[in-house]
Design a protein around this ligand. Structure first.
Ligand code: 5GP
Length: 114
């Protein structure tokens, strides 16, 4: 039994994932169930459960996650059109309680989102 989150287990290489970027603060890997031709999750090493659990101390980290998200989209050839999403809480569709930014690109996106 482990109290690590699923995404910490990916960071620790206990579960395989297609990693596209990694640094000391975060990791980015392909979503197992992609909803667009590009669907990458940008995940902080720090296992914040939700965005709403972040504090002022975490603000540089949150900015870094957005910068990495844009970089991932750009490196995949989608720098001009991509969608970022953060589901905060089960009521908003969050299923993995380790903060992550969805990076989606490569198809049209509706607004408002579903
Ligand atoms: P959420 O619903 O919490 O916003 O997003 C969780 C995401 O994690 C989903 O898009 C889901 O497909 C993805 N996911 C769940 N388990 C795994 C896994 O083991 N590996 C990878 N790469 N993605 C996963």
């Amino acid at each position: 039994m482990t109290d690590k989150t699923l995404f910490t287990r990916i960071i620790d290489r206990e579960i395989p994932a297609a990693i596209v970027y990694e640094d000391e603060l975060c990791i980015a890997f392909k979503d197992l169930n992609p909803q667009a031709p590009l669907h990458v999750l940008v995940v902080p090493v720090k296992p914040l459960p939700r965005l709403s659990d972040a504090t002022a101390t975490d603000e540089p980290l949150l900015g870094h996650l957005l910068g990495v998200a844009a970089r991932v989209a750009r490196d995949a050839g989608y720098g001009e059109a991509f969608r970022l999403a953060i589901n905060n809480g089960a009521g908003a569709g969050q299923t993995v309680f380790h903060l992550h930014v969805h990076v989606l690109a490569g198809r049209p996106f509706n607004w408002p989102p579903g």
